[in-house]
Design a binder for this molecule. Structure first.
Ligand code: FAD
Length: 244
Protein backbone atom coordinates (compact mmCIF):
# COMPACT_ATOMS: atom_id res chain seq x y z
CA UNK A 1 0.00 0.00 0.00
CA UNK A 2 1.12 3.54 -0.55
CA UNK A 3 0.54 6.25 2.01
CA UNK A 4 1.31 9.87 2.43
CA UNK A 5 3.52 10.53 5.42
CA UNK A 6 5.63 13.30 6.83
CA UNK A 7 9.24 12.63 6.04
CA UNK A 8 11.01 14.88 8.49
CA UNK A 9 10.46 17.18 11.42
CA UNK A 10 7.03 18.09 12.67
CA UNK A 11 4.58 20.29 10.85
CA UNK A 12 7.03 21.98 8.51
CA UNK A 13 7.94 18.72 6.84
CA UNK A 14 7.31 18.08 3.20
CA UNK A 15 4.90 15.27 2.44
CA UNK A 16 6.30 12.17 0.76
CA UNK A 17 4.91 8.81 -0.19
CA UNK A 18 6.33 5.51 0.96
CA UNK A 19 5.43 1.98 0.19
CA UNK A 20 4.25 0.62 3.57
CA UNK A 21 4.87 -3.13 3.81
CA UNK A 22 2.58 -3.77 6.76
CA UNK A 23 0.55 -2.10 9.48
CA UNK A 24 0.81 -3.47 13.00
CA UNK A 25 -1.35 -2.66 16.00
CA UNK A 26 -0.20 -2.49 19.58
CA UNK A 27 -1.08 -0.62 22.76
CA UNK A 28 2.31 1.06 23.29
CA UNK A 29 5.19 1.60 20.98
CA UNK A 30 8.52 2.49 22.55
CA UNK A 31 11.22 3.89 20.31
CA UNK A 32 14.80 3.13 21.36
CA UNK A 33 16.07 0.10 23.27
CA UNK A 34 18.57 1.76 25.56
CA UNK A 35 18.23 1.31 29.33
CA UNK A 36 15.15 3.57 29.47
CA UNK A 37 13.21 1.86 26.67
CA UNK A 38 14.22 -1.66 27.66
CA UNK A 39 13.22 -1.28 31.31
CA UNK A 40 10.02 0.60 30.49
CA UNK A 41 9.02 -2.12 28.01
CA UNK A 42 9.71 -4.80 30.58
CA UNK A 43 7.56 -3.00 33.17
CA UNK A 44 4.62 -2.57 30.79
CA UNK A 45 4.86 -6.10 29.40
CA UNK A 46 4.82 -7.69 32.82
CA UNK A 47 1.55 -5.83 33.47
CA UNK A 48 0.14 -7.54 30.41
CA UNK A 49 0.15 -4.40 28.29
CA UNK A 50 0.97 -4.98 24.64
CA UNK A 51 4.21 -3.22 23.91
CA UNK A 52 6.42 -3.06 20.87
CA UNK A 53 10.02 -1.93 21.36
CA UNK A 54 11.72 -0.60 18.23
CA UNK A 55 15.52 -0.35 18.07
CA UNK A 56 17.33 1.09 15.09
CA UNK A 57 20.46 -1.04 15.51
CA UNK A 58 20.65 -4.76 14.90
CA UNK A 59 22.33 -5.42 18.27
CA UNK A 60 23.08 -3.67 21.57
CA UNK A 61 26.81 -3.51 21.05
CA UNK A 62 27.89 0.11 21.14
CA UNK A 63 31.26 1.65 21.99
CA UNK A 64 29.73 4.54 23.91
CA UNK A 65 27.70 2.37 26.26
CA UNK A 66 28.56 2.76 29.91
CA UNK A 67 29.20 -0.22 32.12
CA UNK A 68 28.40 0.79 35.69
CA UNK A 69 25.28 -0.19 37.61
CA UNK A 70 25.02 1.95 40.70
CA UNK A 71 23.36 0.95 44.00
CA UNK A 72 20.17 2.84 43.18
CA UNK A 73 19.85 1.00 39.86
CA UNK A 74 20.45 -2.33 41.55
CA UNK A 75 17.71 -1.46 44.04
CA UNK A 76 15.33 -0.80 41.15
CA UNK A 77 16.33 -4.12 39.59
CA UNK A 78 15.60 -5.75 42.93
CA UNK A 79 12.15 -4.15 43.11
CA UNK A 80 11.49 -5.56 39.66
CA UNK A 81 12.56 -9.00 40.84
CA UNK A 82 15.52 -9.02 38.46
CA UNK A 83 18.53 -8.33 40.68
CA UNK A 84 19.33 -11.93 41.60
CA UNK A 85 19.36 -13.13 38.01
CA UNK A 86 21.13 -9.99 36.78
CA UNK A 87 23.92 -10.46 39.31
CA UNK A 88 24.42 -14.01 38.16
CA UNK A 89 25.89 -12.53 34.98
CA UNK A 90 29.64 -11.89 35.02
CA UNK A 91 30.40 -8.56 36.67
CA UNK A 92 32.89 -6.82 38.90
CA UNK A 93 32.05 -5.05 42.16
CA UNK A 94 33.53 -1.80 43.36
CA UNK A 95 32.90 -0.57 46.89
CA UNK A 96 35.80 1.69 47.66
CA UNK A 97 35.67 4.85 45.57
CA UNK A 98 38.50 7.36 45.35
CA UNK A 99 37.59 10.41 43.29
CA UNK A 100 40.32 12.50 41.74
CA UNK A 101 41.10 15.61 43.72
CA UNK A 102 42.50 18.67 41.99
CA UNK A 103 44.40 19.59 45.15
CA UNK A 104 44.70 18.40 48.70
CA UNK A 105 44.60 14.91 50.12
CA UNK A 106 43.15 12.08 48.13
CA UNK A 107 39.54 11.40 49.13
CA UNK A 108 37.89 8.07 49.37
CA UNK A 109 34.63 6.64 50.58
CA UNK A 110 33.23 3.21 51.12
CA UNK A 111 29.87 2.28 49.65
CA UNK A 112 29.38 -0.18 52.49
CA UNK A 113 28.37 2.92 54.46
CA UNK A 114 25.23 3.19 52.35
CA UNK A 115 22.07 1.69 53.79
CA UNK A 116 21.46 -0.53 50.81
CA UNK A 117 21.41 -4.19 49.95
CA UNK A 118 23.87 -3.37 47.18
CA UNK A 119 26.78 -1.39 48.66
CA UNK A 120 28.79 -1.44 45.48
CA UNK A 121 28.92 -0.38 41.86
CA UNK A 122 28.55 -3.37 39.57
CA UNK A 123 30.58 -3.21 36.38
CA UNK A 124 28.87 -5.00 33.55
CA UNK A 125 28.88 -4.16 29.84
CA UNK A 126 25.65 -2.34 29.04
CA UNK A 127 25.27 -4.62 26.03
CA UNK A 128 24.87 -7.55 28.38
CA UNK A 129 22.53 -5.59 30.65
CA UNK A 130 20.24 -4.72 27.73
CA UNK A 131 20.28 -8.27 26.41
CA UNK A 132 19.31 -9.42 29.88
CA UNK A 133 16.41 -6.96 30.31
CA UNK A 134 14.98 -7.62 26.86
CA UNK A 135 15.30 -11.39 27.29
CA UNK A 136 13.41 -11.09 30.58
CA UNK A 137 10.74 -9.06 28.79
CA UNK A 138 10.49 -11.75 26.09
CA UNK A 139 9.04 -14.04 28.73
CA UNK A 140 5.83 -12.05 28.46
CA UNK A 141 3.68 -12.66 25.38
CA UNK A 142 2.70 -8.98 25.38
CA UNK A 143 6.27 -7.91 24.54
CA UNK A 144 7.72 -7.61 21.09
CA UNK A 145 11.20 -6.38 20.20
CA UNK A 146 12.04 -5.32 16.65
CA UNK A 147 15.72 -4.76 15.99
CA UNK A 148 16.91 -2.87 12.93
CA UNK A 149 13.80 -0.67 13.05
CA UNK A 150 14.68 3.00 12.60
CA UNK A 151 11.72 5.23 13.38
CA UNK A 152 11.69 8.18 11.05
CA UNK A 153 8.13 9.40 11.09
CA UNK A 154 5.27 10.01 13.44
CA UNK A 155 1.83 8.97 12.41
CA UNK A 156 -0.34 11.97 13.14
CA UNK A 157 -4.09 12.23 12.67
CA UNK A 158 -6.28 15.12 13.73
CA UNK A 159 -3.48 16.60 15.79
CA UNK A 160 -2.82 13.38 17.70
CA UNK A 161 0.09 10.98 17.49
CA UNK A 162 -1.30 7.58 16.54
CA UNK A 163 1.94 5.68 16.10
CA UNK A 164 5.14 5.66 14.08
CA UNK A 165 6.60 4.54 10.82
CA UNK A 166 9.96 2.86 10.80
CA UNK A 167 12.39 1.81 8.16
CA UNK A 168 13.84 -1.70 8.27
CA UNK A 169 16.07 -3.61 5.84
CA UNK A 170 12.99 -4.67 3.88
CA UNK A 171 11.31 -1.27 3.69
CA UNK A 172 8.80 0.82 5.61
CA UNK A 173 6.47 -0.42 8.33
CA UNK A 174 3.71 1.27 10.24
CA UNK A 175 2.79 0.75 13.90
CA UNK A 176 -0.57 2.03 15.10
CA UNK A 177 -0.85 2.49 18.80
CA UNK A 178 -2.60 4.23 21.69
CA UNK A 179 0.60 5.47 23.26
CA UNK A 180 3.85 6.40 21.55
CA UNK A 181 6.97 6.87 23.66
CA UNK A 182 10.38 8.14 22.66
CA UNK A 183 13.32 6.72 24.59
CA UNK A 184 15.79 7.28 21.80
CA UNK A 185 18.52 9.02 23.72
CA UNK A 186 20.20 12.38 23.83
CA UNK A 187 19.81 13.21 20.16
CA UNK A 188 16.22 12.03 20.11
CA UNK A 189 14.63 11.88 16.72
CA UNK A 190 11.24 11.45 18.38
CA UNK A 191 11.66 14.71 20.24
CA UNK A 192 12.37 16.52 17.01
CA UNK A 193 9.50 14.87 15.22
CA UNK A 194 7.11 15.87 18.00
CA UNK A 195 8.49 19.41 18.07
CA UNK A 196 9.45 19.23 21.74
CA UNK A 197 12.09 21.55 23.12
CA UNK A 198 14.31 19.84 25.70
CA UNK A 199 14.54 21.51 29.10
CA UNK A 200 18.20 22.02 29.94
CA UNK A 201 19.27 20.74 33.34
CA UNK A 202 22.47 20.98 35.24
CA UNK A 203 25.00 18.19 34.73
CA UNK A 204 26.82 18.76 38.03
CA UNK A 205 23.57 18.11 39.93
CA UNK A 206 23.30 14.70 38.32
CA UNK A 207 26.89 13.95 39.04
CA UNK A 208 26.49 14.89 42.66
CA UNK A 209 23.58 12.56 43.30
CA UNK A 210 25.67 9.77 44.79
CA UNK A 211 27.52 12.20 47.04
CA UNK A 212 24.24 13.78 48.11
CA UNK A 213 22.83 10.40 49.00
CA UNK A 214 25.88 9.56 51.03
CA UNK A 215 25.61 12.78 52.95
CA UNK A 216 21.88 12.50 53.48
CA UNK A 217 21.93 8.90 54.53
CA UNK A 218 25.03 8.91 56.60
CA UNK A 219 25.54 12.49 57.62
CA UNK A 220 28.94 11.45 58.91
CA UNK A 221 31.24 11.92 55.98
CA UNK A 222 33.67 14.62 56.84
CA UNK A 223 34.76 15.26 53.29
CA UNK A 224 32.87 15.55 50.06
CA UNK A 225 33.58 12.60 47.80
CA UNK A 226 33.78 15.00 44.91
CA UNK A 227 36.74 17.03 43.90
CA UNK A 228 36.59 20.81 43.78
CA UNK A 229 36.25 20.72 40.05
CA UNK A 230 33.14 18.55 40.38
CA UNK A 231 34.72 15.65 38.54
CA UNK A 232 32.85 12.39 38.52
CA UNK A 233 34.15 9.94 41.07
CA UNK A 234 36.40 7.23 39.77
CA UNK A 235 36.97 3.95 41.46
CA UNK A 236 40.10 2.24 42.59
CA UNK A 237 39.06 -1.34 42.14
CA UNK A 238 42.03 -3.50 43.03
CA UNK A 239 40.63 -6.77 41.93
CA UNK A 240 39.12 -7.04 38.49
CA UNK A 241 37.22 -10.18 39.37
CA UNK A 242 35.79 -9.51 42.82
CA UNK A 243 34.75 -7.03 45.43
CA UNK A 244 37.16 -4.17 45.93
C1 FAD B 1 30.74 7.54 27.10
C2 FAD B 1 29.56 7.32 28.04
C3 FAD B 1 29.72 6.51 29.15
C4 FAD B 1 28.67 6.30 30.03
N1 FAD B 1 28.87 5.51 31.11
C5 FAD B 1 27.84 5.23 31.93
C6 FAD B 1 27.99 4.31 33.00
O1 FAD B 1 29.06 3.75 33.20
N2 FAD B 1 26.92 4.07 33.80
C7 FAD B 1 25.72 4.67 33.59
O2 FAD B 1 24.79 4.40 34.35
N3 FAD B 1 25.54 5.53 32.57
C8 FAD B 1 26.56 5.82 31.75
N4 FAD B 1 26.40 6.68 30.70
C9 FAD B 1 25.10 7.29 30.53
C10 FAD B 1 24.15 6.28 29.93
O3 FAD B 1 24.75 5.66 28.82
C11 FAD B 1 22.91 7.01 29.52
O4 FAD B 1 22.36 7.65 30.65
C12 FAD B 1 21.89 6.01 29.01
O5 FAD B 1 22.43 5.32 27.91
C13 FAD B 1 20.67 6.73 28.58
O6 FAD B 1 19.74 5.72 28.28
P1 FAD B 1 18.56 5.95 27.27
O7 FAD B 1 17.82 4.65 27.19
O8 FAD B 1 17.82 7.18 27.63
O9 FAD B 1 19.25 6.31 25.86
P2 FAD B 1 20.35 5.50 24.97
O10 FAD B 1 21.18 4.60 25.80
O11 FAD B 1 21.00 6.56 24.18
O12 FAD B 1 19.44 4.60 24.07
C14 FAD B 1 18.70 5.13 23.00
C15 FAD B 1 18.45 4.00 22.03
O13 FAD B 1 17.57 4.48 21.02
C16 FAD B 1 18.02 4.00 19.77
N5 FAD B 1 17.51 4.91 18.76
C17 FAD B 1 17.91 6.18 18.52
N6 FAD B 1 17.19 6.73 17.53
C18 FAD B 1 16.30 5.78 17.13
C19 FAD B 1 15.28 5.74 16.15
N7 FAD B 1 15.02 6.80 15.36
N8 FAD B 1 14.55 4.60 16.00
C20 FAD B 1 14.80 3.52 16.79
N9 FAD B 1 15.77 3.50 17.75
C21 FAD B 1 16.50 4.62 17.92
C22 FAD B 1 19.53 3.99 19.90
O14 FAD B 1 20.13 3.11 18.96
C23 FAD B 1 19.72 3.53 21.32
O15 FAD B 1 19.82 2.13 21.42
C24 FAD B 1 27.42 6.92 29.80
C25 FAD B 1 27.24 7.73 28.68
C26 FAD B 1 28.31 7.93 27.80
C27 FAD B 1 28.09 8.80 26.59
Amino acid sequence: MSKEVRSSDHAEAPIQSHEIRDVQQTTCVIVGAGPAGAVLSFMLARKGIDVMLLESHLDFDRDFRGDTLHPSILEVMDELGLADRLLQLPHTKLSLVAPPAAAGPRLQFDLHDLKTKFPYIAFMPQTRFLEFITSEAQRFPSFRLVMGARVEELLEEEGQVRGVRYRAHDGWHEVRTLLTMGTDGRFSRMRKLAGFEPIASSLPRTRRSLADRLHHRQGNLSTSPYSRTGDLATGNCRDSTGVC
